[in-house]
Design a protein around this ligand. Structure first.
Ligand SMILES: CC(C)CC(=O)SCCNC(=O)CCNC(=O)[C@H](O)C(C)(C)COP(=O)(O)OP(=O)(O)OC[C@H]1O[C@@H](n2cnc3c(N)ncnc32)[C@H](O)[C@@H]1OP(=O)(O)O
Ligand SMILES: Nc1ncnc2c1ncn2[C@@H]1O[C@H](COP(=O)(O)OP(=O)(O)OP(=O)(O)O)[C@@H](O)[C@H]1O
Ligand SMILES: O=C(O)CCC(=O)C(=O)O
Ligand SMILES: [Fe+2]
Ligand SMILES: [Mg+2]
Length: 334
């Protein structure tokens, strides 16, 4: 059985040392049991696929790392497809190609290497294969139940930092972007396409924050600029201990949409790659975000849709309805 050892930010407090010991001790993958579980789990479902340890870990921490879940062959295929898209050998409806703010504002002549992220690849059959990989969907079902929608897809190509620290992703909760609930039936799968550690900007999480509420998000006040829509938690206290998820190629983390996370600066010369999908139960329902902390992101997304597609009068809900794709079961609500 494999076990998972995170690294911990400097200045680890006693509390964090305890957490680290806890994290290292827990076996996280490889076993399917038919144990009957007690009923006090609220973030995972009773489908007997996760081990009791895996369930307990997710319940307490809001994330679960499964080692070596995606094969090197599949990752190679995603990488090739990414290159074809960057070189514009193919075009895909709805695909959003985003450059890093520091690169977009510089004299730098953009080539495929200037791309920081592909979003909304649901119409690209090769990349979308990621979202349907059976070994991923098996885990997803433990959080969403059998009616599964792929709501949001990304291939993140974190560039070498251009010296402005804009390759960082501020600490945030993904639920800020989502006008659907309940949050416990939403989960992100994020797969490392190569080894990812602190040198190239790994995911950084604050364990247990999935038990909290959705916080106010705004643009952080970063001197070197912030990428479009990279909102962060307002007045975020950086003294709170963070856990750095060091992952090998193919390792996959499943995490709750309220889990506070971000990613560090890429200090290497390479483009750090990860592929991800946010899934939700098709039985979730849309909410109106007017008058909530999510109103600011709705305004931005709606403005962008207007600029790109000339459509006015959209809501955040509309932009998600068109992107969602059924993966399993029945498309009931979303
Ligand atoms: C859970 C999940 C949802 C969490 C997240 O994914 S958070 C991040 C979400 N991010 C996004 O959705 C990013 C969306 N990206 C975009 O909308 C686009 O890439 C844009 C930023 C609008 C740029 O697209 P496009 O218009 O095609 O690019 P152009 O090169 O023509 O530039 C147009 C104006 O936009 C600026 N720009 C380009 N890239 C960025 C950037 N990364 N951040 C901020 N501003 C940017 C660019 O400088 C230009 O500005 P002006 O010269 O018009 O003032
Ligand atoms: N000044 C800041 N304001 C807001 N968020 C920050 C700030 N500095 C870092 N962060 C965020 O904190 C998270 C983790 O950053 P951290 O510095 O711990 O990781 P790192 O850069 O990968 O590692 P290292 O500390 O080894 O450089 C990232 O999401 C990053 O964007
Ligand atoms: O840096 C990454 O790979 C993760 C980014 C992220 O958390 C997001 O786009 O929501
Ligand atoms: Fe995120
Ligand atoms: Mg740092």
């Amino acid at each position: 059985m494999l076990s998972y050892r995170p690294t911990v930010a400097p200045g680890s407090s006693g509390r964090l040392a305890v957490l680290q010991r806890h994290l290292s001790a827990v076996p996280l993958s490889g076993q399917v049991t038919s144990t009957v579980y007690p009923t006090n789990f609220c973030y995972t479902l009773d489908n007997n696929f996760l081990t009791r340890e895996q369930r307990q870990f997710y319940e307490e921490n809001g994330f679960l790392v499964i080692k070596n879940l995606v094969s090197a062959d599949d990752i190679e295929r995603f990488r090739k497809e990414f290159e074809r898209l960057c070189k514009k050998e193919i075009t895909v409806p709805g695909l959003l190609i985003m450059r890093d703010i520091a690169i977009s504002k510089s004299e730098y002549v953009p080539d495929q290497k200037a791309i920081t992220k592909l979003q909304d690849f649901q119409e690209d059959p090769e990349l979308f294969r990621y979202c349907s990989l059976p070994q991923i969907v098996k885990y997803v079902e433990c959080f969403t139940g059998p009616n599964i929608m792929a709501m949001h897809t990304m291939l993140i190509n974190k560039p070498p930092d251009a010296g402005k620290k804009s390759s960082r992703h501020p600490m945030h909760q993904d639920l800020h972007y989502f006008p659907f609930r309940p949050s416990d039936h939403i989960v992100c799968a994020w797969t490392a396409m190569e080894r990812i550690d602190r040198s190239n900007g790994c995911l950084v999480v604050i364990p247990g924050t999935h038990k909290g509420t959705l916080k106010q998000h705004d643009y952080p006040e970063w001197e070197g600029g912030v990428n479009k829509m990279y909102h962060g938690i307002r007045d975020f206290d950086l003294s709170i201990p963070r856990v750095h998820l060091v992952m090998e190629k193919g390792d996959t983390v499943f995490f709750h949409p309220l889990l506070i996370h971000g990613s560090g600066m890429n200090k290497t010369a390479g483009f750090r790659k990860a592929i991800s999908c946010h899934y939700a139960s098709a039985d979730c329902h849309y909410i109106d975000v007017k008058g909530t902390t999510q109103e600011n992101i709705e305004t931005e997304v709606v403005e962008l849709a207007k600029k790109r597609y000339g459509l006015s009068g959209l809501t955040l809900k509309d932009t998600w309805m068109v992107r969602g794709r059924l993966i399993n079961g029945e498309r009931t609500n979303l």
